[in-house]
Structures are given as structure tokens and as C-alpha cells.
Design a protein around this ligand. Structure first.
Ligand code: GSH
Length: 211
């Protein structure tokens, strides 16, 4: 049985959606961020960085959202949530997985936690505003690449689309939420309509607005 250590709406949302899309048997283990459980000695044994999520599969303990997703799609090739290994389509899938994790996902850290990016607390507001501008540019370019899609890889739905949905959700409180870009708004509706995605949001108790 797989165990996913999660907190509602956190980076664990993506692997949680993916587990449901794959039809895998798994259990959820709440990491109570309200009590800083992600920094507890027990949790730090799973992820010394004190970050959510972690996936446990038998003896395997895995952190980093993108790595967890890549592992899961490889374990369930029959689900077709990633193109076959060694194909140009698989290369594009890797591109999106890596881009989403090291560009918008990383930038969100400066948006949500600007005080961790400054030595002078007075500079935090400027750092946050700059992160917001950079995120806007990133989502403009993602929207341009997506076009009418309907998905990041074109006609084929993949795990990368779940990743993008989570990142769109994280921007729902920004001055210009990414869903306001027509291509991204239509994409979000498309992915949110999937039964596994709806089940995930319900299980995490996430209420509207979802993105
Ligand atoms: N690169 C990591 C980042 C994970 C991450 O930053 N998770 C956040 C929640 S979205 C977290 O655990 N924050 C708690 C903390 O930093 O104390 C991944 O993708 O797994």
C-alpha cells in the first residue's frame, strides 16, 4: 500500500490527483502544518528538508513532487499518463515536468514567503511584487504554448496537466490570477471536470474558488 503524506492544497495535491487518476491503492497521511508537523523529528526522517509531500512505497521513501509523479507514472504505464519512454512525446513530457517544478513552482516560494528571500524585512513587499510579475510572465508563456491544447502535450492528457492545474490553483489569490488568461481558464475547467480531480478536491476539503 502506498502512503502519501499530504496537507490540503499543498504540493501533495498533484500526486494525490495522480494517484486517483491511476486508480492506485493508497492511504493519505495528514502532516499537520498548523502544528509544524513537517518539522517534527518523525517527519524529518522521511524528508530532511521538512517539506510536503512524501510518498512511501514499501522500503522506498521519496520526496520532491515531480520525482514522485515520475515514479508513479512509470509504475502504472497501463494508465497512459505519460508517453512511452524514448519517444519525442516523452521528451516533451519531461520538459513540462521539469519546467513546472523548477520555474513556476519555485517562483511561488518567493510569492508566498517573500520574507524568506530578504535580509531586510522592509524589502519583502518588493520581492513579492517582483515574484508576482515573474509568475505573470511565466503563465503568459505557458498559456501561449498551451493554446487550444487541449492539453500540454496536445491531444493527450498527461500527469503534467495535473501539475499545471495545481499551480493555477495556487495563483487564485494573485492580483491577476492565471485562470484569467483564456487558455488557462479553459484548461482549468477541462481538468477540473475529471472525476478523479473532483474526488481529490473533495477528499482534501478544498472549497470554491478551486482555481
Ligand atoms: N520542491 C519541493 C517543495 C515542496 C514544498 O515546498 N512544500 C511546501 C508545501 S506546498 C511545504 O512543505 N512547506 C512547509 C515548510 O516549508 O515548512 C517539492 O516539490 O516537493
Amino acid at each position: 500500500m502506498l502512503s502519501l503524506y499530504y496537507y490540503p492544497g499543498n504540493a501533495s495535491l498533484f500526486p494525490h490527483m495522480l494517484l486517483r487518476e491511476l486508480g492506485a491503492a493508497f492511504e493519505l497521511r495528514l502532516v499537520d502544518r498548523t502544528r509544524d508537523a513537517q518539522k517534527s523529528p518523525e517527519y524529518l526522517k522521511l524528508n530532511p528538508h521538512g517539506r510536503i509531500p512524501v510518498l512511501v512505497d514499501g522500503d522506498l521513501v521519496l520526496y520532491e513532487t515531480a520525482a514522485i509523479a515520475l515514479y508513479l507514472v512509470d509504475r502504472h504505464p497501463e494508465a497512459g499518463l505519460a508517453p512511452p519512454v524514448g519517444t519525442p512525446e516523452r521528451a516533451q513530457f519531461y520538459k513540462w515536468m521539469v519546467h513546472l517544478t523548477n520555474t513556476p513552482q519555485a517562483e511561488y516560494h518567493a510569492w508566498f514567503y517573500p520574507h524568506e528571500h530578504v535580509l531586510d524585512p522592509a524589502a519583502a513587499a518588493t520581492v513579492q511584487a517582483a515574484a508576482g510579475q515573474r509568475l505573470n510572465g511565466m503563465f503568459d508563456r505557458i498559456a501561449g504554448a498551451l493554446g487550444d491544447g487541449p492539453f500540454l502535450l496536445g491531444r493527450t492528457f498527461s500527469a503534467a496537466d495535473l501539475f499545471l492545474l495545481m499551480l493555477l490553483r495556487w495563483g487564485r489569490g494573485m492580483p491577476r490570477p492565471p485562470r484569467t488568461l483564456p487558455a488557462l481558464g479553459a484548461f482549468a475547467e477541462r481538468v477540473l471536470a475529471r472525476p478523479a480531480v473532483q474526488a481529490t478536491f473533495a477528499a482534501e476539503g478544498l472549497a470554491a474558488p478551486l482555481v
